[in-house]
Write a protein of this length. Structure first.
Length: 146
């Protein structure tokens, strides 16, 4: 489940615009959600989505599933994402929900997500409680041979 801390429309900063391949000043949704597992906070998500690409998003969609809204209501197809991982110090919401201080670390996943049209529809930063964070991947040798 999710607790929505913030859901509003803001103008995009130059830094965010660069990450999302849009113009600075365009309108984006700014979303802050706490993701719960068995009523325990596990992830704090900071998400930005361009209104031009994801129109009509409502609070009820943010409380439920944004991806379901995109695929079912907008009939758009999510294709891929680029992820990066690092350990960072907690911010205000992580300190509050994870009961951490400035000496702790969270596992950060930064994501840029794409539709099948190659448009970037989401930039997000998810801060995970370290003891529950697990990353796994497959490496296929054929992809790396010249």
């Amino acid at each position: 489940t999710s607790v929505v801390e913030r859901f509003e429309v803001v103008t995009c900063t130059a830094e965010l615009a660069d990450k999302m391949n849009i113009q600075a000043g365009e309108f984006v949704y700014e979303i802050e959600r706490i993701r719960l597992y068995k009523q325990e906070p596990r992830v704090v998500e900071y998400t930005w989505m361009p209104l031009q690409i994801i129109p009509g998003l409502q609070l009820c969609d943010v409380e439920a599933s944004i991806y379901a809204y995109i695929e079912k209501q907008l009939q758009k197809h999510i294709q891929s994402a680029r992820l990066s991982f690092q350990a960072v110090r907690p911010q205000k919401l992580e300190k509050k929900y994870f009961k951490m201080d400035e000496h702790d670390f969270v596992c950060q996943v930064e994501e840029i997500a794409y539709l099948d049209t190659s448009e970037i529809f989401e930039y997000s930063i998810a801060q995970h409680v370290p003891q529950y964070f697990h990353f796994e991947t497959n490496v296929i040798k054929e992809l790396y041979e010249s």
